[in-house]
Design a protein around this ligand. Structure first.
Ligand code: GCU
Length: 423
């Protein structure tokens, strides 16, 4: 069985149990004190945008590198893009579809990533673009029959049973989360790839991904507690996708929106925090280790996530499993790293595991950094009712329904992007 399926199979019982046993009672959250966002490590108060940009921002990003996601390597100088296919009448003529194979020529151990790009044909100028990774691969995002199945080892379905290769029954299985036609009709391009191309999602996955390829010791690497984890590798890949997009004349890479759902929402937040070329960051139900405050004992906890998914983070993060209060950061500080660029946080009322209220609070509290730039964040300190989007530079909504990405979510993201990208 594929190691990912083994992980899912062996952890699902305990996982379901953990989800049942988690605290879902607001009255039992208790009190906690958050680390101050606007006090620098030398004790001085941060009162200007300049102080934030020149001093505090770097401190905060350094703390996340050291204690949560690990230090990622710099961009390498060996990135190669090869266009492996172009179709100018994709989606019934609405879009041009391109496949681009990204590799690192000096690190051939990494098999590379297959970027799938849809660009609206009706555009009069280079198109703004949504950039995000998928759980199921390009053939799961698109329903088009000529999108190649991912050739790599990945969870798939064969004759209705789990297999190690992508197969036809999974084609389009993630399409509802990627409304390509809707985005194209609004003038946006979409660039996506399978996250497993960067690193397969299980504790040993790094050996078959970027992290081993970029490490001098390859599969024999002994990771230091502050070295990057899988979220770091996935986020690194999003930046390399943007490197390609900057070279494509059909794309307006200055208007790139990085987006992700759930663990890939955590990834989008980390990518947007580190790479300021992303003009907007969107977190869809990213929960613990994403937008939700770790110190709030509601839904998933640091303890739970570092037990179930230790490979997502750096080793140091597990130190805070028993006491998130000892962590020098909390997630409102991650949100703040996007400032002054706009950022959107979406929650769902049927997804208490992700702690919707904790996600809102992060966004709301991070607003003090936007304020330094004379900008408004969520614009309210009251957690809004369901299906009532709020926010200026920090958008937020609580949607009805389960943990998923829906057309409602995308409508808000389009409105938000259109508002912020308007000339
Ligand atoms: C699990 C995990 C979450 C994560 C989610 C996902 O539920 O506990 O932290 O966000 O998987 O990525 O789907």
């Amino acid at each position: 069985m594929h190691p990912l399926l083994v992980l899912l199979a062996t952890s699902s019982l305990t996982f379901a149990q953990a989800a049942r046993e988690a605290n879902y009672d607001e009255a039992k959250v208790g009190t906690f004190t958050l680390p101050p966002l606007l006090v620098a490590q030398d004790g001085s108060k941060v009162t200007t945008a300049e102080q934030w940009t020149k001093q505090r921002r770097a401190e905060v990003i350094g703390l996340f590198r050291e204690h949560v996601y690990g230090h990622s390597p710099a961009k390498t100088d060996d990135l190669k893009f090869e266009v492996t296919g172009t179709k100018d009448d994709a989606l019934g003529g609405l879009a041009t579809r391109k496949f681009v194979h990204l590799t690192l020529t000096k690190h051939p151990q990494w098999q590379g990533l297959d970027l799938m790009l849809y660009v609206p044909n009706a555009r009069r100028q280079p198109a703004p673009v949504f950039v995000g990774l998928s759980f199921g691969g390009n053939h799961a995002v698109s329903t088009e029959p000529d999108v190649p199945l991912n050739p790599r080892r990945m969870p798939g379905l064969k004759n209705g049973k789990s297999g190690n290769q992508a197969s036809e029954p999974t084609r389009g299985s993630e399409a509802s989360r990627w409304p390509l036609e809707m985005l194209i009709k609004h003038g946006y391009a979409v660039a996506t790839a399978w996250y497993g191309d960067l690193e397969p999602d299980h504790p040993q996955g790094w050996k078959d991904g970027l992290r081993a390829a970029l490490s001098p010791d390859g599969v024999n690497t002994r990771w230091q507690p502050n070295d990057w984890g899988a979220i770091g590798a996935w986020a690194w890949g999003l930046s390399r996708m943007l490197d390609y997009l900057e070279t494509d004349p059909a794309i307006d890479a200055r208007h790139a929106v990085v987006i992700g759902h759930s663990r890939l929402g955590k990834t989008a937040l980390w990518a947007g925090a580190q790479d300021e070329r992303f003009a907007i960051t969107i977190s869809n139900e990213s929960g613990e280790g994403g937008a939700a405050l770790s110190r709030r004992n509601f839904g998933e906890t640091t303890q739970r996530i570092t037990t179930s998914f230790p490979h997502w983070f750096c080793g140091n993060y597990a130190k805070y499993a028993d006491d998130p209060n000892a962590n020098p950061v909390d997630q409102h500080m991650l949100i703040a790293l996007a400032a002054p660029r706009p950022l959107y946080i979406a929650s769902a009322d049927g997804d208490p595991w992700s702690d919707p209220h904790g996600e809102f609070l992060s966004g709301q509290l991070a607003g003090e950094v936007w304020a330094l730039f004379g900008k408004a964040g969520t614009g309210t300190s009251t957690w809004p009712a369901v299906n009532h989007p709020v926010g200026d530079c920090v958008g937020y909504h609580l949607r009805t329904g389960k943990h998923d990405v829906t057309a409602y979510d995308w409508e808000q993201y389009l409105n938000f992007a259109e508002r912020h990208f308007a000339p």
